[in-house]
Design a protein around this ligand. Structure first.
Ligand SMILES: Cc1cc2nc3c(=O)[nH]c(=O)nc-3n(C[C@H](O)[C@H](O)[C@H](O)COP(=O)(O)OP(=O)(O)OC[C@H]3O[C@@H](n4cnc5c(N)ncnc54)[C@H](O)[C@@H]3O)c2cc1C
Length: 551
């Protein structure tokens, strides 16, 4: 099937051994930096520098296969706690050393790239030693260290019989801090909420000062500073810990598969669920191409493959679209919510394929990335891009982006397969997640990737702008990294918000509000902290800091 879609491909061997890896020599770092964390927490070896020089996007993996990097951090620094982190940032600010926060390094948008800007020296600040866990079972909240990887956080929470319910496909390696810094969306985000919806409070350690927002369920006191930090992708400072909402560990997990006549029909079913009471925790509709590939991967004996094949055969159809539905909770709520989703599925013409196919999706939910490695070994380019739009515009966007990627790949003489699924559904719209595969153009992988990815990305941007008369940009889950053509606009959006805050606090109401609140007794504690952070923000706004990310 791969050959049919992309033509003949030749194996792409894994790169050279580490010892022969080419990367720029490391600049020496001041002794004060080593003293700030202890020399056992500063790493300058080739392996550490290589591991912290890229994320996990296709372009990163392609460069690593080449055995040569044009940029790498001078050192990897691992602060063991918040105090050490503060000391590192102080030294870096004083010495003008650029800092790139690093969690699990699963960024697919160039978010952990060692961009020096005007700085001569750069460190990768690895946060995986920040590992605190405090669970408040009564409030159903937990304070979690930024460095905990997904499974570590879930294991610690599970011991208290609660779950975060945040399972992005990068779950096995990505960290709590990375989830917060990228506003990550998990596979069960329709039910549990995206990570930004789970965060109740954050800490930010910035070069110019610290910010801690209060752990209150809600505040009506002005704009939420939390929102500037969640999704800031390391641009403003380091998130050492976050407080999140958790839920009791579900007693029942029911996953099942359905089939819809077409992608449009499947999306309409999800729209009905999202706009009514029946939205499951996991809902995912594959388009025709993705369904065909899932079928092929599951093989003639695979559960999904054989059920779907039988269903299509009985109806004399070639195509259908796979829907995965997952509901979690206690027995009563799973039964009630499942009944609602079944009603919507039947009303939209969906046909039941059974629990086995749903469970097989659940068990393989983190396997996609490993398949990507296999495909790259075989000589394929594999990349993903995602966007979201309102229900009214979603189908047009699906067609346009698919066509743009296909045309762009074909124009380069490397036609490809373009797969898409809908997930993360909301009352007003949903997200589309595209995967494309083609023959890797050996020796020109970077250029091929830029053109293929750029074709889709530009189309996403153009479509959103056109359909909203210039008012909307595509909504991505994270995008401030270097790799996205739209990055410039998103960075300036983030920085624009920052500058607006700066300007607002400089002269007018917001600054008055901050000082008025400082005098206002107990209620003021939140705002006094905001005032402190306001100062930090003012300094940050002046832009003479060690952070080059996003500048
Ligand atoms: C195979 C694969 C599957 C993926 N699936 C999903 C998915 O389902 N949903 C999704 O949303 N994303 C997904 N991603 C993208 C990525 O994994 C997520 O964005 C993840 O949240 C990043 O976490 P991390 O710890 O790896 O962060 P990193 O990659 O280390 O960093 C990401 C960005 O955040 C900054 N950063 C990291 N930690 C901190 C911190 N503590 N303080 C300040 N800044 C920080 C970094 O500087 C960088 O800019 C996937 C990536 C891969 C490779």
């Amino acid at each position: 099937m791969l050959r049919e879609g992309v033509g003949e491909i030749e194996p792409w061997p894994l790169a050279v051994e580490l010892e022969r890896f080419e990367l720029p020599a490391a600049e020496p770092l001041p002794i004060a930096l080593v003293e700030a964390v202890g020399k056992e927490n500063v790493f300058t070896g080739t392996e550490d520098r290589v591991r912290h020089a890229t994320g996990c996007g296709y372009a990163d993996l392609a460069r690593l296969r080449g055995g040569r990097l044009d940029a790498a951090p001078d050192a990897v620094v691992l602060p063991a706690d918040g105090d050490a982190l503060r000391r590192v940032l102080d030294v870096c600010t004083a010495e003008r050393i650029a800092v790139v926060p690093f969690g699990g390094g699963t960024s697919v948008v160039g978010g952990v790239e060692p961009l020096r800007g005007l700085h001569e020296r750069l460190i990768s600040l690895d946060l995986t030693r920040l590992r605190g866990v405090e669970v408040d079972s009564r409030s159903l909240t937990a304070r979690l260290g930024a460095g905990l990887r997904g499974p570590e956080a879930e294991a610690a929470l599970g011991a208290c019989d609660v779950t975060l319910g945040h399972f992005p496909q990068s779950f096995e390696y990505a960290t709590i801090g990375g989830f917060a810094a990228t506003r990550s969306a998990g596979q069960a985000s329709s039910g549990y909420g995206r990570f930004d919806a789970l965060v109740t409070a954050v800490r930010l350690v910035a070069p110019a000062g610290d910010l801690r927002t209060l752990e209150t369920p809600h505040s009506a006191a002005g704009p939420a500073l939390r929102e500037l930090v969640v999704g800031s992708e390391g641009v403003f400072g380091v998130i050492p810990e976050v407080t999140v909402r958790v839920r009791p560990t579900p007693r029942v997990r029911r996953y099942e598969a359905w089939i819809a006549e077409s992608f449009e029909a499947g999306s309409e079913i999800v729209r009905a669920m999202a706009q009514g009471p029946g939205l499951p925790d996991v809902i995912r509709v594959s388009d025709e191409e993705e369904t065909r590939v899932s079928l092929a991967l599951s093989g003639p004996r695979g559960v999904a493959g054989s059920l779907l094949g039988r269903y299509l055969g009985l109806r004399g159809k070639r195509d259908g679209c796979l829907i995965v539905v997952g509901v979690e909770g206690d027995e009563e709520s799973v039964a009630r919510r499942r009944a609602l989703s079944v009603r919507a599925l039947r009303a939209g013409g969906g046909a039941y394929l059974g629990q086995a196919a749903g469970r097989s999706w659940e068990h393989g939910r983190f396997q996609g990335p490993y398949l990507r490695d296999t495909l790259m070994d075989m000589g394929a380019l594999v990349e993903t891009l995602e966007t979201s739009h309102t229900w009214s515009r979603l189908h047009g966007l699906h067609r346009a982006v698919g066509t743009a990627i296909r045309d762009s790949l074909a124009a380069q003489g490397t036609p490809g397969l373009v797969l898409c699924h809908l997930s993360h559904a909301y009352a007003d719209g949903a997200s589309l997640y595209f995967t494309f595969v083609s023959r890797a153009r050996r020796g020109g992988e970077g250029e091929q990737w830029r053109q293929g990815n750029g074709g889709g990305d530009r189309q996403v941007g153009d479509q959103c702008l056109a359909s909203s008369e210039g008012a909307t940009r595509p909504g991505r889950h994270h995008e401030s990294g270097k790799a996205r053509p739209l990055t410039g606009s998103s960075r300036s959006r983030t920085q624009g918000a920052w500058r607006a805050l700066h300007a607002a606090t400089e002269d007018t109401d917001m600054r008055r509000a901050l000082s008025a609140d400082e005098r206002a007794g107990d209620r003021a504690s939140q705002n006094i902290r905001a005032g402190v952070s306001g100062q930090a923000f003012l300094l940050l706004g002046r832009g003479d800091l060690g952070f080059v990310r996003g500048v």
